[in-house]
Design a protein around this ligand. Structure first.
Ligand code: IPE
Length: 257
């Protein structure tokens, strides 16, 4: 039987990151089509992009409850915005005939970071989860990143063959910021002892950007699971990565950690 592949659709890949709540429908459709072409069992974790980060940043939702700020409507808004983005993802996957079930993390996960609590829901067809605003025992609420969901799904469910991080705008981890990079700057094999200058727009991004993906990727690799980070805008690469074929991108290894 085919094994399971856990794949992240980065928020910057599936939305237009600087325009509030705008999907990149072409990319979502092409990713959905790719997913219909594999016999692997899939767990899809999608990010937030402009459906999450902008409002979460404005109302400082990663910090949890701040009494001086009126955050309640922002918590609700971001949850609803994420449900809207998730409904597009699910609709497009279903339009290619896939049996899809989505599980909103605010309904089953508590706490943020790699150690969040909650039993990982799993569907016999395609499972979809996403970065979300979740309840937190200490902070009251916080942002659970899809990269932490990637870590837990990749290392805790049965038969995982590999983890794939599909991101937007770059071919993988680059030695220099994307705006200055040429093809020779792609790091083909990355280990945590190697530095890189990712562009992390802290102005927009409330979670960890490419650095968090690399760190979580290395933690997944440390458990013996193959991890690859690829350009999700190129469907052939996404399919090859899912199938475990060699592909342009960055393989993440655990190094000596
Ligand atoms: C962030 O999730 C969730 C919210 C801001 C609500 P991710 O960390 O997985 O999102 P991307 O991939 O960076 O957009």
């Amino acid at each position: 039987m085919a094994g399971t592949v856990v794949i992240k659709w980065g928020g910057g890949l599936i939305t237009h990151k600087d325009q509030l709540c705008t999907v990149n429908l072409d990319v979502i459709r092409s990713l959905a089509e790719v997913c219909s072409k594999t016999s692997k069992k899939l767990v899809i974790v999608h990010g937030a992009g402009s459906f999450g980060h902008l409002k979460a940043k404005k109302f400082r939702l990663t910090e949890g409850r701040i009494p001086e700020l009126n955050q309640d409507s922002a918590v609700m808004d971001v949850r609803n915005d994420m449900l809207e983005l998730n409904s597009v993802v699910v609709r497009e996957l279903r339009s290619f005939g896939l049996d899809v079930q989505s599980y909103s993390p605010h309904q089953w996960a508590k706490g943020t970071g790699a150690e969040f609590r909650g039993e990982l829901p799993l569907h016999h067809g395609v499972t979809v989860v996403y970065g979300d605003v979740v309840d937190d025992e200490i902070k009251e609420f916080g942002i659970l990143s899809g990269d932490d969901l990637m870590l837990r799904y990749s290392t805790e469910i049965a038969d995982v063959e590999r983890a794939v991080f599909a991101i937007g705008g770059v071919d993988g981890i680059l030695r220099v910021p994307p705006s200055k990079a040429g093809p020779e700057d792609l790091i083909e094999i990355w280990t945590p002892d190697m530095s890189f200058e990712g562009e992390h727009s802290t102005e927009i991004d409330v979670t960890g950007g490419i650095g968090l993906k690399a760190a979580r990727g290395a933690m997944i690799a440390a458990k013996g699971i193959d991890v690859v980070l690829i350009n999700g805008e190129i469907p052939e690469r996404v399919l090859d990565a899912i199938e475990g074929k060699s592909v342009i991108g960055t393989r993440i290894e655990s190094g000596n950690c």
